[in-house]
Design a protein around this ligand. Structure first.
Ligand code: CA
Ligand code: CA
Ligand code: CA
Ligand code: CA
Length: 342
Protein backbone atom coordinates (compact mmCIF):
# COMPACT_ATOMS: atom_id res chain seq x y z
CA UNK A 1 0.00 0.00 0.00
CA UNK A 2 2.73 2.48 1.09
CA UNK A 3 4.78 1.33 -1.84
CA UNK A 4 1.93 2.07 -4.19
CA UNK A 5 1.56 5.53 -2.65
CA UNK A 6 5.27 6.30 -3.27
CA UNK A 7 4.97 5.14 -6.85
CA UNK A 8 1.91 7.36 -7.23
CA UNK A 9 3.67 10.43 -5.76
CA UNK A 10 6.77 9.80 -7.89
CA UNK A 11 4.57 9.52 -10.96
CA UNK A 12 2.90 12.81 -10.03
CA UNK A 13 6.31 14.51 -9.68
CA UNK A 14 7.33 13.10 -13.02
CA UNK A 15 4.24 14.57 -14.64
CA UNK A 16 4.86 17.99 -13.01
CA UNK A 17 8.55 17.97 -14.05
CA UNK A 18 7.62 16.91 -17.59
CA UNK A 19 5.17 19.78 -17.78
CA UNK A 20 7.98 22.31 -17.55
CA UNK A 21 8.57 21.19 -21.12
CA UNK A 22 4.89 21.47 -21.97
CA UNK A 23 4.80 25.27 -21.98
CA UNK A 24 4.74 26.94 -25.38
CA UNK A 25 8.14 28.57 -25.17
CA UNK A 26 11.47 27.41 -23.80
CA UNK A 27 13.67 29.68 -21.70
CA UNK A 28 15.10 31.28 -24.87
CA UNK A 29 11.65 32.29 -26.06
CA UNK A 30 11.90 29.82 -28.92
CA UNK A 31 8.95 27.65 -29.70
CA UNK A 32 10.15 24.02 -29.59
CA UNK A 33 7.03 22.73 -31.28
CA UNK A 34 5.00 25.31 -33.24
CA UNK A 35 2.38 22.65 -34.00
CA UNK A 36 1.25 22.80 -30.35
CA UNK A 37 0.11 26.41 -30.78
CA UNK A 38 -3.31 27.82 -31.64
CA UNK A 39 -4.02 26.15 -34.98
CA UNK A 40 -5.02 29.44 -36.59
CA UNK A 41 -2.83 32.19 -35.17
CA UNK A 42 0.16 29.98 -34.37
CA UNK A 43 3.30 32.04 -33.79
CA UNK A 44 1.79 35.27 -35.13
CA UNK A 45 2.54 38.31 -33.04
CA UNK A 46 1.46 41.22 -35.31
CA UNK A 47 -1.58 43.52 -35.36
CA UNK A 48 -3.53 41.92 -38.24
CA UNK A 49 -6.54 39.64 -38.07
CA UNK A 50 -5.48 36.22 -39.35
CA UNK A 51 -7.51 34.02 -41.69
CA UNK A 52 -6.68 30.59 -42.99
CA UNK A 53 -7.79 28.98 -46.21
CA UNK A 54 -10.21 29.83 -48.99
CA UNK A 55 -12.88 32.53 -48.66
CA UNK A 56 -16.58 31.93 -49.45
CA UNK A 57 -17.42 33.43 -52.82
CA UNK A 58 -20.02 36.22 -52.63
CA UNK A 59 -19.68 37.55 -56.20
CA UNK A 60 -18.80 34.99 -58.87
CA UNK A 61 -17.33 37.48 -61.30
CA UNK A 62 -17.46 41.30 -61.32
CA UNK A 63 -16.56 41.46 -65.02
CA UNK A 64 -17.60 38.42 -67.01
CA UNK A 65 -15.88 39.56 -70.23
CA UNK A 66 -12.53 39.52 -68.47
CA UNK A 67 -9.80 37.00 -69.21
CA UNK A 68 -9.47 35.98 -65.56
CA UNK A 69 -12.42 35.56 -63.20
CA UNK A 70 -12.67 38.59 -60.88
CA UNK A 71 -14.56 37.12 -57.93
CA UNK A 72 -15.15 38.57 -54.48
CA UNK A 73 -15.47 36.63 -51.23
CA UNK A 74 -15.63 36.85 -47.47
CA UNK A 75 -13.52 35.03 -44.96
CA UNK A 76 -13.73 34.92 -41.15
CA UNK A 77 -10.65 35.48 -39.02
CA UNK A 78 -9.60 33.77 -35.79
CA UNK A 79 -10.96 36.79 -33.89
CA UNK A 80 -14.37 36.36 -35.66
CA UNK A 81 -13.90 39.49 -37.77
CA UNK A 82 -15.17 39.08 -41.35
CA UNK A 83 -13.10 40.30 -44.30
CA UNK A 84 -13.95 40.95 -47.94
CA UNK A 85 -11.29 39.68 -50.33
CA UNK A 86 -9.43 40.69 -52.32
CA UNK A 87 -10.98 44.03 -51.27
CA UNK A 88 -14.21 45.92 -50.75
CA UNK A 89 -14.66 47.77 -54.01
CA UNK A 90 -17.13 50.10 -55.74
CA UNK A 91 -17.05 48.26 -59.05
CA UNK A 92 -20.84 47.71 -58.99
CA UNK A 93 -21.56 51.11 -57.42
CA UNK A 94 -23.05 53.25 -60.22
CA UNK A 95 -22.38 56.48 -58.32
CA UNK A 96 -18.63 55.84 -58.56
CA UNK A 97 -17.70 56.73 -62.17
CA UNK A 98 -15.67 54.46 -64.43
CA UNK A 99 -12.49 56.14 -65.59
CA UNK A 100 -12.41 56.68 -69.37
CA UNK A 101 -10.21 54.25 -71.34
CA UNK A 102 -6.67 54.85 -72.45
CA UNK A 103 -6.27 51.23 -73.59
CA UNK A 104 -8.89 48.61 -72.82
CA UNK A 105 -9.25 45.31 -74.70
CA UNK A 106 -12.99 45.38 -73.90
CA UNK A 107 -13.44 49.08 -74.65
CA UNK A 108 -11.44 51.77 -76.43
CA UNK A 109 -7.79 51.40 -77.40
CA UNK A 110 -5.99 54.61 -78.23
CA UNK A 111 -2.72 54.31 -80.14
CA UNK A 112 -1.11 57.23 -78.29
CA UNK A 113 -1.70 59.41 -75.24
CA UNK A 114 -2.05 62.44 -77.54
CA UNK A 115 -4.88 60.71 -79.41
CA UNK A 116 -6.65 59.84 -76.13
CA UNK A 117 -6.29 63.42 -74.91
CA UNK A 118 -7.62 64.88 -78.17
CA UNK A 119 -10.59 62.47 -78.08
CA UNK A 120 -11.48 63.06 -74.42
CA UNK A 121 -15.18 63.76 -73.87
CA UNK A 122 -15.35 66.81 -71.58
CA UNK A 123 -18.62 65.47 -70.13
CA UNK A 124 -16.34 63.06 -68.28
CA UNK A 125 -14.49 65.81 -66.41
CA UNK A 126 -15.18 65.27 -62.71
CA UNK A 127 -15.75 68.48 -60.79
CA UNK A 128 -14.01 68.66 -57.41
CA UNK A 129 -13.79 72.48 -57.28
CA UNK A 130 -16.01 74.52 -59.63
CA UNK A 131 -13.37 77.24 -60.00
CA UNK A 132 -10.42 74.85 -60.25
CA UNK A 133 -8.05 73.89 -63.05
CA UNK A 134 -8.56 70.83 -65.25
CA UNK A 135 -5.99 68.18 -64.37
CA UNK A 136 -5.37 65.13 -66.57
CA UNK A 137 -4.26 61.82 -65.08
CA UNK A 138 -2.86 58.73 -66.82
CA UNK A 139 -3.04 55.51 -64.81
CA UNK A 140 -1.91 51.90 -65.31
CA UNK A 141 -2.60 49.53 -62.43
CA UNK A 142 -1.95 45.83 -61.84
CA UNK A 143 -4.80 45.01 -61.40
CA UNK A 144 -7.42 47.48 -60.14
CA UNK A 145 -7.71 51.01 -58.75
CA UNK A 146 -10.25 53.45 -57.34
CA UNK A 147 -9.15 57.08 -57.52
CA UNK A 148 -10.36 59.82 -55.18
CA UNK A 149 -9.38 63.49 -55.23
CA UNK A 150 -10.04 65.41 -51.99
CA UNK A 151 -12.31 62.54 -50.93
CA UNK A 152 -14.48 62.60 -54.07
CA UNK A 153 -14.70 59.56 -56.38
CA UNK A 154 -13.00 60.50 -59.68
CA UNK A 155 -12.61 57.18 -61.49
CA UNK A 156 -12.45 53.42 -61.10
CA UNK A 157 -10.69 50.83 -63.21
CA UNK A 158 -12.88 49.24 -65.91
CA UNK A 159 -11.17 45.83 -65.69
CA UNK A 160 -10.79 44.42 -62.16
CA UNK A 161 -8.40 41.60 -63.08
CA UNK A 162 -7.20 41.05 -66.67
CA UNK A 163 -6.57 41.84 -69.50
CA UNK A 164 -4.30 44.64 -68.33
CA UNK A 165 -5.73 48.03 -69.21
CA UNK A 166 -5.00 51.72 -68.64
CA UNK A 167 -7.02 54.89 -68.12
CA UNK A 168 -7.09 58.63 -68.70
CA UNK A 169 -9.04 60.83 -66.26
CA UNK A 170 -9.77 64.54 -66.04
CA UNK A 171 -10.93 66.43 -62.98
CA UNK A 172 -11.35 70.11 -62.11
CA UNK A 173 -9.66 71.02 -58.82
CA UNK A 174 -7.86 73.85 -57.04
CA UNK A 175 -4.32 73.33 -55.82
CA UNK A 176 -3.27 71.96 -53.43
CA UNK A 177 -5.22 68.70 -53.79
CA UNK A 178 -4.89 65.19 -52.39
CA UNK A 179 -4.87 62.04 -54.53
CA UNK A 180 -5.90 58.86 -52.71
CA UNK A 181 -6.16 55.49 -54.43
CA UNK A 182 -7.25 52.05 -53.37
CA UNK A 183 -5.16 49.50 -55.27
CA UNK A 184 -5.96 45.81 -55.59
CA UNK A 185 -3.81 42.98 -56.87
CA UNK A 186 -6.69 40.67 -57.79
CA UNK A 187 -6.68 36.91 -57.08
CA UNK A 188 -8.36 33.73 -58.32
CA UNK A 189 -8.07 31.76 -55.08
CA UNK A 190 -10.07 34.17 -52.92
CA UNK A 191 -8.46 34.76 -49.55
CA UNK A 192 -5.27 33.04 -50.59
CA UNK A 193 -3.64 35.77 -52.70
CA UNK A 194 -2.95 33.40 -55.57
CA UNK A 195 -3.88 32.58 -59.15
CA UNK A 196 -3.21 29.89 -61.73
CA UNK A 197 -0.06 31.04 -63.50
CA UNK A 198 3.38 29.81 -64.58
CA UNK A 199 2.20 26.18 -64.33
CA UNK A 200 1.03 26.45 -60.73
CA UNK A 201 -2.48 26.70 -59.24
CA UNK A 202 -1.22 28.78 -56.31
CA UNK A 203 0.99 31.41 -57.89
CA UNK A 204 1.21 34.65 -55.87
CA UNK A 205 0.65 37.37 -58.48
CA UNK A 206 2.07 40.86 -58.14
CA UNK A 207 0.67 44.38 -58.06
CA UNK A 208 2.09 47.79 -59.04
CA UNK A 209 0.61 51.13 -60.13
CA UNK A 210 2.03 54.00 -62.13
CA UNK A 211 0.37 57.40 -62.67
CA UNK A 212 1.14 60.79 -64.17
CA UNK A 213 -0.86 63.98 -63.54
CA UNK A 214 -0.64 67.04 -65.79
CA UNK A 215 -2.00 70.57 -65.43
CA UNK A 216 -4.19 72.42 -67.93
CA UNK A 217 -1.09 73.28 -70.00
CA UNK A 218 -0.13 69.57 -70.03
CA UNK A 219 2.89 70.19 -67.80
CA UNK A 220 3.52 67.29 -65.42
CA UNK A 221 2.66 68.24 -61.83
CA UNK A 222 2.83 64.82 -60.16
CA UNK A 223 4.22 61.36 -60.88
CA UNK A 224 4.15 58.24 -58.74
CA UNK A 225 7.34 57.79 -56.71
CA UNK A 226 8.78 57.25 -53.24
CA UNK A 227 7.37 60.58 -51.99
CA UNK A 228 3.89 58.99 -52.08
CA UNK A 229 2.53 57.19 -49.02
CA UNK A 230 1.59 53.50 -49.24
CA UNK A 231 0.05 51.18 -46.68
CA UNK A 232 -1.00 47.53 -47.06
CA UNK A 233 -4.27 46.18 -45.64
CA UNK A 234 -4.26 42.59 -46.96
CA UNK A 235 -1.25 40.32 -47.24
CA UNK A 236 -1.41 36.76 -48.63
CA UNK A 237 -0.39 34.02 -49.00
CA UNK A 238 1.46 33.66 -45.70
CA UNK A 239 2.81 30.12 -45.34
CA UNK A 240 4.45 30.63 -41.95
CA UNK A 241 2.94 33.05 -39.43
CA UNK A 242 6.39 33.58 -37.96
CA UNK A 243 7.61 35.42 -41.07
CA UNK A 244 5.72 38.76 -41.04
CA UNK A 245 7.05 41.58 -38.89
CA UNK A 246 6.00 45.11 -37.99
CA UNK A 247 8.06 48.18 -37.20
CA UNK A 248 6.03 51.27 -36.39
CA UNK A 249 3.36 51.38 -39.09
CA UNK A 250 5.44 49.36 -41.56
CA UNK A 251 3.93 45.93 -42.16
CA UNK A 252 6.71 43.82 -43.61
CA UNK A 253 6.52 40.42 -45.23
CA UNK A 254 10.05 40.64 -46.63
CA UNK A 255 11.00 37.42 -44.80
CA UNK A 256 8.01 35.52 -46.19
CA UNK A 257 8.33 32.93 -48.95
CA UNK A 258 6.79 33.92 -52.30
CA UNK A 259 7.30 30.61 -54.15
CA UNK A 260 4.37 29.03 -56.02
CA UNK A 261 2.87 25.86 -54.57
CA UNK A 262 0.79 23.00 -55.94
CA UNK A 263 -1.48 23.20 -52.88
CA UNK A 264 -1.78 26.53 -51.14
CA UNK A 265 -5.29 25.90 -49.82
CA UNK A 266 -4.33 26.03 -46.14
CA UNK A 267 -2.20 29.14 -46.23
CA UNK A 268 -2.89 32.20 -44.10
CA UNK A 269 -3.74 35.81 -44.83
CA UNK A 270 -3.32 39.00 -42.80
CA UNK A 271 -6.05 41.67 -42.76
CA UNK A 272 -6.01 45.16 -41.31
CA UNK A 273 -9.01 47.49 -41.06
CA UNK A 274 -8.91 50.46 -43.44
CA UNK A 275 -9.62 53.81 -41.72
CA UNK A 276 -13.01 55.08 -42.92
CA UNK A 277 -11.67 58.49 -43.93
CA UNK A 278 -8.64 57.21 -45.85
CA UNK A 279 -9.60 59.08 -49.05
CA UNK A 280 -10.11 62.48 -47.47
CA UNK A 281 -7.87 65.49 -47.89
CA UNK A 282 -7.49 65.91 -44.11
CA UNK A 283 -6.74 62.24 -43.38
CA UNK A 284 -3.45 62.15 -41.48
CA UNK A 285 -1.06 59.83 -43.33
CA UNK A 286 2.09 61.32 -41.77
CA UNK A 287 2.88 58.05 -39.96
CA UNK A 288 2.34 55.86 -43.02
CA UNK A 289 5.34 54.35 -44.77
CA UNK A 290 6.52 55.93 -47.99
CA UNK A 291 5.74 54.03 -51.15
CA UNK A 292 8.28 51.51 -52.42
CA UNK A 293 9.23 51.93 -56.08
CA UNK A 294 9.55 49.11 -58.59
CA UNK A 295 11.12 49.02 -62.06
CA UNK A 296 9.25 48.31 -65.29
CA UNK A 297 11.26 45.07 -65.45
CA UNK A 298 10.02 43.93 -62.02
CA UNK A 299 6.39 44.64 -62.88
CA UNK A 300 6.91 43.25 -66.43
CA UNK A 301 5.29 45.77 -68.74
CA UNK A 302 7.09 45.08 -72.03
CA UNK A 303 4.38 42.59 -73.06
CA UNK A 304 1.49 44.94 -72.21
CA UNK A 305 0.21 47.30 -74.94
CA UNK A 306 -1.87 49.16 -72.31
CA UNK A 307 1.47 50.36 -70.94
CA UNK A 308 3.86 50.26 -73.91
CA UNK A 309 1.74 52.55 -76.11
CA UNK A 310 2.11 55.34 -73.54
CA UNK A 311 5.76 55.25 -72.51
CA UNK A 312 6.09 58.90 -73.60
CA UNK A 313 3.89 59.64 -70.56
CA UNK A 314 4.90 56.92 -68.06
CA UNK A 315 8.63 56.90 -68.90
CA UNK A 316 9.10 60.59 -69.77
CA UNK A 317 12.87 61.12 -69.53
CA UNK A 318 12.27 64.57 -67.97
CA UNK A 319 9.77 63.32 -65.40
CA UNK A 320 9.83 59.56 -65.12
CA UNK A 321 6.91 58.04 -63.21
CA UNK A 322 7.90 55.00 -61.15
CA UNK A 323 5.75 52.01 -60.28
CA UNK A 324 4.74 52.15 -56.62
CA UNK A 325 3.26 49.74 -54.08
CA UNK A 326 3.75 48.92 -50.42
CA UNK A 327 6.91 47.10 -49.30
CA UNK A 328 5.93 43.76 -50.85
CA UNK A 329 4.60 43.97 -54.42
CA UNK A 330 3.89 40.21 -54.46
CA UNK A 331 2.28 39.45 -51.10
CA UNK A 332 0.52 42.76 -50.36
CA UNK A 333 -2.75 42.66 -52.29
CA UNK A 334 -4.77 45.65 -51.10
CA UNK A 335 -2.82 48.87 -50.79
CA UNK A 336 -3.84 52.49 -50.21
CA UNK A 337 -1.59 55.17 -51.70
CA UNK A 338 -1.84 58.91 -51.10
CA UNK A 339 -0.11 62.04 -52.34
CA UNK A 340 -0.80 65.76 -52.01
CA UNK A 341 -0.03 67.96 -55.03
CA UNK A 342 1.09 71.36 -53.72
CA1 CA B 1 -7.35 46.94 -64.48
CA1 CA C 1 -0.27 39.29 -54.84
CA1 CA D 1 -1.69 41.09 -60.36
CA1 CA E 1 8.41 55.05 -65.71
Amino acid sequence: MIHNKIVYIMALFFVILSCSNCSEDDSNGNDPDPDDDNPVTGDYSGTASVTQGLASTTVDNLFSDGQRVAGVGTVTADDNSVWTVPAEVNYDNSSFPFAPDLHNTYGTQYATAAEALASFDDNNIVEVDADGEVITGYIFADNYFELYVNGLPVGKDAVPFTEFNSHIVKFRVSLPFTIAMKLVDWEENLGLGTETNQGSDYYPGDGGMVAVFKDASQNTIATTGSEWKAQTFYTAPIKDLGCPSESGTTRSSANCDTDSENDGSSFYALHWEIPETWMNEDFDDADWPNATTYTNETIVVNNKPSYMSFTDVFDDTEDDAEFIWSTNVILDNEVIVRYTVE
